[in-house]
Design a protein around this ligand. Structure first.
Ligand SMILES: NC(=O)c1ccc[n+]([C@@H]2O[C@H](COP(=O)([O-])OP(=O)(O)OC[C@H]3O[C@@H](n4cnc5c(N)ncnc54)[C@H](O)[C@@H]3O)[C@@H](O)[C@H]2O)c1
Length: 332
């Protein structure tokens, strides 16, 4: 009886909450389950009170299987848990599955690989029944983000955390004016370029449940991300504020003809010893995404120079979106 009591106390420290569901860390579960089972053969009451791991969804859903969605899918499936990818374009779903497979061959997983399930948007509700977290990864348009967050709040079971991966719209801006049933579960979870760059910034709005922030910090850390919490409401994430200034000034210098993108990248890399210059990095991100983000900053901060955006627009007009279209500032 005393042993059982001690075990129960220890296990209570190992119990974790995900959404409205309690479960054991996988290693703890496998370590203690046989022991508990043997001991409780005499008295099954304590084990019946502990929900089994299979009762709690460990899977994650991602809405939008583009440049970021597929990378996030790789990360959340890298410890053996399933990921549900939802996209309005079947071709994007197919390309995502191939991209995840490519990453699995290139990078070492933390554990075993979870399955990637793909769904059309019509199957969104069903996919949400199976997860503890849904991350929206649709294009950087505020009205679209708002429509998606409202839809997710209406469809997802109450305990499911709703995260936005938006680069330039904070969850505070996205939920502004929305009537949500459970807005305390909405937060921002902004990735960079996983699995190569594992930083993820977690930021709540004024009414985000602190337990959800804590869960995200912990789960992200256990799935290969390097989590940072933005502790105060901020116009942009910690790194993005710095990066926004760098790319704006780099575009400005190129627009004025002070130097070519190639020269700016070369001097930047030579001095700061980075692998990529700002133009190479913008090509990776996607020039359409870069312009959307710039437009957003410009709207929020009057007085920003217009030349960087005009310069960027010239590339978009010619259909040069960066790596994803085969040409941006460079050819791919
Ligand atoms: N590209 C980056 O490096 C980067 C980095 C960090 C964060 N982000 C953020 O991630 C988000 C997505 O960016 P991305 O670069 O992956 O965009 P993307 O254009 O590559 O992918 C967006 C995906 O969303 C799908 N989609 C569009 N509308 C949809 C809808 N209504 N329902 C379901 N799917 C829909 C598209 O088919 C596409 O596959 C943006 O908010 C962006 O700010 C991007």
């Amino acid at each position: 009886m005393r042993i059982l009591l001690m075990l129960a106390i220890h296990l209570s420290h190992e119990l974790r909450q995900s959404g409205n569901c309690w479960y054991l860390r996988r290693p703890t579960f496998f370590l203690y389950f046989p022991l508990l089972k043997a001991l409780t053969n005499h008295n099954p009451a304590p084990i019946e009170m502990l929900p089994s791991q299979t009762q709690c969804p460990a899977a994650v859903a991602i809405l939008g299987a583009g440049s970021q969605g597929r990378r996030i899918a790789y990360m959340w499936s890298s410890t053996g848990n399933d990921v549900h990818l939802i996209d309005s374009q079947p071709a994007q779903l197919q390309a995502s599955v191939e991209a995840v497979e490519g990453m699995r061959q290139q990078f070492k997983a933390i554990g075993s690989h979870g399955r990637i399930h793909t769904h059309a948007v019509e199957a969104l509700r069903g996919a949400l029944e199976k997860v503890w977290l849904i991350v929206e990864c649709v294009p950087e348009k505020l009205s679209l983000k708002q429509q998606i967050i409202a839809q997710l709040d209406a469809l997802a079971p109450e305990g499911v955390i709703i995260a936005s991966n938006s680069s330039s719209y904070t969850c505070t801006e996205i939920i502004h004016g929305l009537e949500l049933a459970h807005k305390s579960r909405v937060l921002s979870a902004h990735t960079y370029w996983p699995p190569e760059t594992t930083a993820i910034e977690i930021m709540g709005h004024g009414e985000t449940n602190p337990a959800h922030i804590e869960t995200m910090m912990k789960e992200c850390g256990e799935h290969g991300f390097t989590p940072f919490q933005v502790k105060q409401p901020s116009m942009g994430y910690i790194y993005n504020r710095i990066w926004a200034a760098i790319k704006r000034e780099a575009l400005f210098a190129a627009a004025e003809g002070a130097a070519t993108p190639q020269e700016i990248d070369a001097i930047f890399k030579d001095i700061l010893k980075t692998a990529k210059g700002p133009f190479e990095q913008m090509d990776v991100v996607g020039l359409d995404v870069v312009l959307d983000i710039e437009n957003h900053y410009a709207a929020a901060r009057p007085g920003l120079p217009v030349k960087p955006r005009e310069y960027l627009q010239q590339f978009l007009t010619q259909g040069h979106l960066g790596v994803k279209s085969g040409r941006g500032f460079y050819e791919y």
